[in-house]
Design a protein around this ligand. Structure first.
Ligand code: ATP
Length: 241
């Protein structure tokens, strides 16, 4: 139901100047779920994530996190402290800082130093590539490695709700597969995930549920496996005739 959702959004509207990019959408994400938001370029997916993370103002009938937190009343850093972490499109790693410094930045809200070190080791276990290169500057990493670093940095904040914006963007198919393996692994540890993707095929494969967005509105939603076999989804988003 909508009442026990970790994230409950009703009638979310986000505008750029006078133009509505998100037109009154409703969506829910339950604890430990992996939900994806798919749709073509310009549908309003990134705008939705940014509004949830606190990077864009919005209006809504309801936009609550853990039932009692009204996101509209919280600054971006308060949402982060409450466990909401965004891995932005284009990743935004600190290019001149080392990989390890980037990861440490992800824990800047935390004071449990011993646990921070344990989490760092866990992330290095998940991403051995990052461990090998821990002292190098992040700018020397490939696009896929930077994506891994951005996910690792978000995990260093021990998020409860991870917002992932197009982790497959610009990556070669093998790297996309690797990234998605990690997303699935993270999901299995119990982190709740809202994933935005243009690549509907890969997102629907790992998601529990999905929302299909077009021109600022949710057109369809449901179980990911069911949506994958829905003729409307197959035709519009999976490249079938
Ligand atoms: P993409 O995957 O390409 O990012 P998207 O579904 O995430 O697509 P948004 O980036 O949310 O779509 O964009 C939704 C609409 O809002 C588009 O029409 C876009 O042109 C417009 N838009 C996005 N950012 C801005 C901005 N900063 N100023 C004005 N309009 C914007």
């Amino acid at each position: 139901s909508t009442h026990d959702a970790l994230l409950n959004i009703q009638g979310l509207t986000v505008s750029y100047g006078g133009i509505q990019a998100v037109k009154g959408i409703s969506l829910q994400v339950h604890t430990s779920e992996l939900v994806c938001l798919i749709g073509s370029n310009g549908a309003g997916k990134t705008t939705t994530l940014k509004a949830i993370a606190g990077l864009l103002p919005f209006s809504a009938n309801a936009c609550t996190y853990k039932q009692t937190h009204h996101l509209g009343h919280m600054q971006a850093h308060q949402r982060l402290q409450a466990g909401i972490s965004l891995v932005p499109e284009g990743r935004g790693v600190f290019a001149r800082m080392s990989i390890e410094e980037n990861l440490e930045m992800g824990a800047y809200c935390r004071k449990d130093n011993a646990d921070i070190l344990l989490d760092l080791e866990k992330i290095y276990d998940t991403f051995p590539r990052l461990k090998e290169r821990r002292k190098q500057s992040a700018g020397t990493l490939s696009g896929g490695e930077q994506q891994m670093l951005a996910i690792g940095r978000a995990l260093m904040g021990r998020p409860e709700l991870l917002l992932l914006d197009e982790p497959s963007m610009g990556l070669a198919p093998l790297m996309v597969e690797k990234i998605y393996e990690v997303v699935e692994q993270v999901s299995k540890t119990g982190v709740t995930i809202l994933l935005v993707e243009q690549n509907a095929h890969i997102a629907l494969q790992i998601a529990d549920r999905a929302y299909v967005m077009d021109s600022g509105s949710i057109e369809l939603d449901g179980n990911a496996a069911e949506l994958m076999s829905d003729p409307r989804v197959r035709q519009a988003y999976l490249g079938e005739e």
